[in-house]
Design a protein around this ligand. Sequence first.
Ligand code: SAH
Length: 396
Amino acid sequence: MLRHLARKLRASGPVTVAEYMREALTNPGQGYYTRRGGVGESGDFITSPEISQVFGELIGIWYISEWMAMGKPSTLQLVELGPGRGTLTEDILRVFKQLASVLSKCDVSVHLVEVSPKLSEIQAVTLTGGKVQPNPEDKSAYMEGISKNGIPIFWYSNIQDVPPGYSFYLAHEFFDALPIHKFQRTEKGWREVLVDIDPEVPDQLRFVLSPSRTPATQNFIQPEETRDHVEVCPEAGVIVQRLASRIEKDGGAALVADYGHDGTKTDTFRGFRNHKLHDVLSAPGTADLTADVDFSYLRKMAQGRTATLGPIKQREFLKNMGIDLRLQVLLQNSGDTATRQQLLHSYDMLMNPEKMGDCFNFFALLPHHRLVHPDKKDKSKSPSPPVAGFNELLLK
Ligand code: SAH
């Protein structure tokens, strides 16, 4: 990958950080996600669903509670973006199975948006036991199968290929993996940060600044910007626009969970390999590259088509969803000390403000009618129940 990139940079000059990140992560032959996958204890980074089944179970309950609050539509598509090893969807489907009597009249299907052939294979094993069939090229889904409890599952490369319909979208640690542009304020105005080859050291990459403004500096920096360094992820913006349009038209909701900020942080671009920080410019393709999600940008890109809730800290969301009670039940039901210790340890990982509790956030897109304040609605109708997990005060 480095040699391929170095040749390209020598031939046609520096590239944007977004181009570099896209190449390093999802190049069809050599990209990090395409080849390595990386998620899990034996990989490069560990995620909440891989730490505890409780995480996915509470998200499953969130979806059921929203489905009920929206009048129990007769079909429901669960659409996960970047499903990793498939663990989160597996945990959600287990909740759907446990609550089968509630969902009995609902036609449920699962739609996974995944670019990595390697990870989609792992997802297929997790969710179907490996019983999948590739689809002929003329179909939008590249693979399909049936979950262990009989739910149809489809795989796509792009959210646009997912059929329209009432859908619950889920993006856990997905937006942070999408390519970002980086900008630096200078005395001469905004400049874009680019990746170039170091002329002094063979095959070594370095950051440089664009000599003048670029189309991206003009399009992505707001006139009122006060920071000196800014990261923007236009691909995340386009996806949120699509989710918001779909929810506005067909109903449903989107839940986004990721590390991030509300338009305040500056330089967050970093790499991970074997659970340690890794220089983003060294050995591209062998490490996960990531940047904090800017939730203020996602909110802006929903363009008022839906209401938005959050970001709210993971520990608050999970507490509101009843994680403490769930932990008590699991502790009571587990006979051995090792399991109990494991349960307490994973609870601490998810909830401790110094671990994942504070840096991960939950953010939701919901149809406007779902959040209409009771007194503004027709008095004869009963008020909408509050949205589980989120505090009313965070209503934006
Ligand atoms: N949600 C999982 C995995 C997070 S890792 C978890 O929390 O455990 C990021 C996931 O997004 C991987 O599955 C990766 O292959 C996928 N991904 C990255 N870029 C993508 C893109 N542009 N389109 C679709 N999937 C992508």
